[in-house]
Design a protein around this ligand. Structure first.
Ligand SMILES: [Fe+2]
Length: 380
């Protein structure tokens, strides 16, 4: 049991309720432990913490346009890393029309997010159709392949040496956000039976310790006739997520947690009404989220807190500095012209620092660190 130094105080001009009724002319910044769960302080500044005019050194906010990773890869194991550490690996895969081999991840559970496309996943457990907006959790060891009926682009998030779990729903109970009954699983259906006819030599490419081994069978190993147990791939579509919100309080991103692994969380932002109380903050509050690196993959819609960020892009805000809304969004901090957000995005917050993969020229968005500057800024 952790025992943080216990006290709770208010010093100077400060709001007593976080994210509500900020003192006139101030910008609120949260410094916190354990993501949004540990001790935290809210500081009220007279300038936005993102109002920098110059930045030197290796630590900085970065953005990547994954639409520029436009080559199709035959296998997920051929796909380059976008961001990674010892506990998490993010890749973006343009799948081929039909995989000509099977794959298995021996390094950890794999979370697939279908950014675009439609088709079928065939695995040890049966056949599972997929479409845009689906999450598919594949337990480590599952043997699988894809058959795409539409061009398919996937975000792959490996929970290295770990397993995906669902978050504790706490006060709202386990049917909130999404009902576990919505989790679909593969079936031993007609389509699965039909694919068994594709017999002959099959290659299985196994990834372990990030090296690939190819095992060849003289038959189709997806030949399951039955199974039992309480472990299986599951599918959830973002359209089935019913987000928590409060009309009087801007909830932290942790309210939108979808999956947990040992050293990172996956949250999903889906459309929701803006807060309506006049004194409630209506954009993300400035925060350092000091124990985590933050990654957001933008899937669809209009991203209300960030300028010039579109679907298929990723922003990366490592720990060590404060992040928050762009100036245009900040101008609407308390007044929104629209009744609701219109954005779908996947956030991955990792407890350990991430490294950027070896990405081709043009994928990183230049000048992202300067995108908080307003025209009035007079930089050096
Ligand atoms: Fe954050």
């Amino acid at each position: 049991m952790k025992k943080y130094i216990p006290f709770h105080t208010v010093e100077g001009r400060a709001a007593r309720q976080a994210h509500v009724g900020l003192p006139e002319g101030t910008y609120e910044r949260e410094i916190s432990k354990e993501g949004f769960f540990g001790p935290a302080a809210h500081l009220y500044h007279t300038h936005p913490p993102t109002g920098w005019v110059d930045w030197e050194g290796p630590l900085k906010p970065r953005a990547f346009d994954l639409n520029r990773l436009n080559e199709t890869q035959a296998s997920p194991w051929d796909v380059r890393d976008v961001l990674y550490n010892a506990h998490c690996r993010l890749r973006f895969w343009r799948a081929p029309k039909k995989m000509d081999h099977l794959v298995r991840n021996g390094d950890g559970d794999e979370l697939i997010f279908v950014h675009r496309g439609q088709g079928a996943l065939y695995c040890d457990f049966g056949h599972l159709a997929y479409r845009t907006g689906d999450y598919i959790v594949l337990p480590r060891g599952t043997m699988w392949r894809l058959d795409c009926t539409e061009p398919t682009e996937l975000l792959l998030v490996e929970a290295t040496n770990s397993s995906y779990q669902l978050p504790d729903r706490g006060l709202v109970g386990h049917h909130a956000i999404f009902d576990p009954a919505l989790l679909d699983r593969p079936r031993l259906d007609e389509a699965y039976e039909a694919q068994k006819a594709d017999d002959g030599l099959w290659r299985l490419r196994v990834k372990r310790r990030d090296a690939v081994t190819t095992i060849t069978y003289p038959f189709n190993p997806l030949d399951t006739v039955g199974w039992k147990g309480d472990l299986s791939p599951v599918r959830l579509n973002v359209a089935d997520i019913r987000p928590l919100m409060s009309h009087r309080y801007h909830l932290p991103p942790s309210a939108h947690t979808t999956f947990l692994a040992d050293r990172f969380v996956v949250c999903t932002f889906v459309p929701r009404p803006f807060e309506t109380a006049a004194d409630a903050l209506k954009v993300p509050f400035f925060h350092s989220n000091d124990d985590y690196d933050e990654v957001i993959f933008y899937h669809a819609g209009d991203f209300f807190s960030r300028d010039n960020i579109g679907p298929g892009m990723v922003t990366f805000h490592p720990s060590g500095f404060t992040h928050g809304p762009h100036p245009k969004a900040l101008a609407n901090a308390f007044v929104q012209s629209k009744p609701a957000t219109d954005e779908y995005a996947v956030m991955i917050d990792t407890r350990d620092g991430l490294l950027v993969g070896d990405l081709p020229e043009g994928v990183e968005v230049p000048g992202y660190v300067d995108s908080w500057r307003t025209e009035e800024d007079s930089g050096p």
